[in-house]
Design a protein around this ligand. Sequence first.
Ligand code: SAM
Length: 252
Amino acid sequence: MRIRIITLFPEMFDGPFGTSIVSRAVRDGLVEITTHQLRDYTTDRHRTVDDEPYGGGAGMVMKPAPLADAVDDLKINARDAGEPEPRVILLSPQGRRFDQATAMELAARDSLILVCGRYEGVDERFIDASVDEEISIGDYVLSGGEPAAIVLVDALTRLIPGVLGSEESAPSDSFASGLGGRLQGPVYTRPAEWDGRHVPEILLSGDHARLERWRQEQSEARTRERRPDLMEPQTPKSRTRDHQAGDGDTGQ
Ligand code: SAM
C-alpha cells in the first residue's frame, strides 16, 4: 500500500511513523508513506497557501490551487508507479466518522492521498473538484489534519496482512470481526496475584473451550455496559464524494 500525505508540517510525522508498528511495516515494505510539503505547489514568491475568507469572518482559508496542484501531481506520480487511482481523503471534522470498518475498507486499498487542512479549513471548491471523501476522527476540532492522518494511518496499517505478528493479532482486538465488532474483555498477565488481586481462575485452567466462551461472555458484558450502541447493527453514515463514479457529490 502507498500513502501520500499533503501537509504544511511534514516534520509532525517523523516521530509517529518512525517508531513501533508503522515503522516496522515501512521497513518491511508493506506500506510506503511519503509526506509532501504543500508550499512546494505554490507559485508566488511568498509560497502563500492561505488567504482571508470571502464575506469576512475569523481566520484564514487554504487556497484551492496549491491543494489541487498537489493532488494532481501525486496522482500522476501514482500512475507513473503503476498504481491504481489513489483515493483522495481530506481530514475534516465535518467528514464521515472514522471507525474500524472504515480502517478495514482503507487498508484494502492500494493507494491513498491524505490531505491535512489547517486554519479555518480549505476552500470548498477544492473539495468539490478533488476530494473523494472527508473523514473525521471524532466530534472535536483539532488545529490541523496531521494528528488525524497519523491516527488513520496507524489504525489501517495494523490491518494490512503481515504487519502484525501472531502475538499481537488484530482479530481479538475491540471492534474486530472475531469479537463481532464488540469490545475486547479484560486482559491479565503475570503474576497471578498482585496486591491482593487475583487473575480469574479460568485463565489458569488450561481449558481452551471454556476459556473461549468466557472471553466471548466478557466481551459481550463489557460492550453492553460501556457501549450498548455496538450491540446494534451499524448503519454507515458518510459524506462521500465519489468522483471516480462520475456522479459528483452523493451527499451522504
Ligand atoms: N473551521 C473548521 C470547522 O469548523 O469545521 C475547522 C478547521 S480545523 C481548526 C483545521 C483543520 O484541522 C481542518 O481543516 C482539518 O483538516 C483538521 N481537523 C480538525 N478537526 C478534525 C477532526 N475531528 N478530524 C479530522 N480532521 C480534523
